[in-house]
Design a protein around this ligand. Structure first.
Ligand code: PRT
Ligand code: ZN
Length: 210
């Protein structure tokens, strides 16, 4: 029997809930903080702890068979994987935001404007669909400070409570994508009986919760 590998986030917003859902499926494993890999003792499964950005490609390339990651990261990395199950946590909306004092009213006004983001692929796709040409400035973090410093006219980022936007003098302008954590699988594992068993356990954990 092949030992499956599932990739989950090593640390960050999805780590705790990812570990929790696997434990609730009856899987026994040590949640090592220092190790990158943990072996499940009562199911043919190994858990790989990775940066979330790497998970879709690992699953696409078959280094991991399964993964738990935000939908936004899958779209951003353009990975070709199967969506197996939404998991109901890590919910957020990717939004374009502008300065609270801005009088930008409609999307067309973003033509020619600079938008700072760490998610250029998702933003580009959205702007293309709307026929808008903005100057997308890709930066790896702290995009919220851009408009205040005059680095960009708008930002495109993940929002959950909206507190970060507010405390940086920004307001939401347009919703682009909803996201939550999902279970993904490599394209070639669809018929694997252990995957089916794990998926069934995950679904019963989810339905017991709702
Ligand atoms: O280290 P690693 O690369 O693995 O983690 P990371 O730092 O890239 O990601 P992490 O842990 O911050 O987020 C993992 C995933 O959680 C994201 O890809 C989303 O799918 C999901 N998620 C849900 C969020 C948020 N909510 C969220 N609020 N990811 C980030 N944020 C950030 C956002 O970027 C902004 O800075 O929180 C801030 C806004 O939050 P509010 O509540 O102030 O609106
Ligand atoms: Zn990341």
């Amino acid at each position: 029997m092949k030992t499956l590998k599932i990739a989950i986030q090593k640390s960050g917003r999805l780590n705790e809930k990812s570990v929790e859902i696997l434990k609730n499926c009856g899987l026994s494993f040590e949640n090592y903080k220092s190790s990158l890999i943990s072996t499940v003792t009562n199911f043919p499964l190994e858990i790989l702890f990775l940066r979330d950005d790497d998970i879709p490609e690992y699953v696409q390339d078959g280094i991991a068979d399964l993964g738990i990651v935000g939908e936004n990261v899958i779209v951003e990395t353009k990975a070709e994987v199967d969506f197996l199950q939404k998991l109901g946590f890590g919910k957020c909306t990717l939004k374009i935001a502008v300065q609270a004092t801005s009088n930008i009213q409609n999307l067309e006004e973003l033509n020619g404007k600079a938008i700072a983001t760490s998610y250029p692929v998702i933003l580009e796709k959205f702007l293309q669909e709307k026929g808008i040409q903005s100057d997308i400035r890709t930066i790896s973090g702290s995009v919220e400070i851009g408009p205040g410093l005059g680095l960009s006219d708008a930002i495109f980022d993940i929002v959950s409570t909206g507190g970060t936007l507010k405390s940086n003098g920004l307001k939401p302008f347009a919703d682009v994508m909803q996201s939550e954590a999902v279970l993904i699988g490599n394209k070639s594992i669809a018929d694997n009986p252990e995957v089916a068993e794990l998926l069934q356990r995950i679904r019963s954990v989810l339905s017991a919760k709702s």
